[in-house]
Write a new protein. Sequence first.
Length: 467
Amino acid sequence: MKTGGRGLYGIEPKHQLVVEPISQPAELSITILRGTDRGQCENNENAPHFDHYIGAARTHFGASETRVLTAFLIFAGTYLVMAVGRLPGFRVDRTGAAIIGAALMLAANILSVEDAYAAINYDTIMLLFGMMIVVANLRLSGFFALVSAWVVEHARRPLLLLSGVALVSAFFSAFFVNDTMCLVLTPLVLDITGRLRRNPVPYLLAVAMAANVGSTATITGNPQNMMIGSFSHIPYRTFAATLAPIAFVALVLTVLVIALVYHREFRAEAWQPVEHHAIRVDRPLLWKSLAVSAGMVVFFFAGWPVPKVAVIAGALLLVTRRVKPEKVYREIDWGLLVLFIGLFIVIAGLEKTGVASRLFAAAARYHLERTAPMSIFTAILSNLVSNVPAVLVFKGFVPHLPDVTKGWLTLAMSSTLAGNLTVLGSVANLIVLHKARHTVEISFWEYAKAGIPVAVVTMAAGIWALR
């Protein structure tokens, strides 16, 4: 701020005054004032001495440094548990860590209660909640079991079965959340491979990896895309038009890589049809769920607000005389919803102290505005702490990129496809391994044997498409 002429009470500034926002510790510089009118002394004994202001400023900045350090330690501790899965020595899981981290941000006065309320992105919570209700009704109706039976009936060779499993997992993950599809398909694939006497590992990997790949295509494909859709306000149709072709190419590459890694499994001859188990289908619920789901997807592409459409679709399916609401509520992953709320608050605390902006300022030297460096950085972070927490770290950074839309789409592509790199890269991977653990043990390295090449080739395709 520049002043001209005489200042207040005839005090003329000897230097220019510069107003700087104080968001981090800084050196204090003081403008020396020189009196120019009679009666205005250069040093008034009754006036507070400059040392008083200097001491006060130093105290303020010292307190600010303490708040910055506290916020960073809370963030680091929370994300460490996200990476490890549990707090060593305690029964604290990822959701518990998010709750504790959020509470510590409030306890340390880094955020007020009002700040915490404002930090929660309710669009994401509404969207995820609505989608969970829709998928719960589809599952209870027997729809996914019918689809799986159809795949087995028409896939008479191992490679066709692999392709069918991958296609079903990818397609439905694009619209009904990848984590849920892994919960639904894993026991069905175990049953199919058991009756056909096939090695279940490549088909289970296809469920997880194709679910990750397919979920890249749309905003409703996975939790991190839901957050990106809420933060960026990119239309559903625009998001799908850009990333769906990448997801399709990535799906083909995923099937090819798994077939090459497990080539002995896919040399087998065609098998005879197997006897199908009876599938319980609630036909009225099935038709109602399909009608509501189809209408929901149509409204998504028509440009209606995605969270609004999802929660209305879920509400319509709760109006029923056939299904007890408790059955639907048991299908909802309440822990995941709470995890999101806690992480929103933890990240808001980090942003308020300016730590996040400093971290990304340091990272700017690596040109994160470019597709390749940003994708690689996201892939590494996603496999350290999982993709949902990784996307939240970028929340305050992407809006400052030269091409914001491209930045959000790059983040969606890379955080999702990077989920196939290791078991820790995606919750979908952990779900498949956990659900299958009583039948087959898939180790970290067994997964990585196919996961690393799948992640590398699919991300390379995504980077090339978005370059």
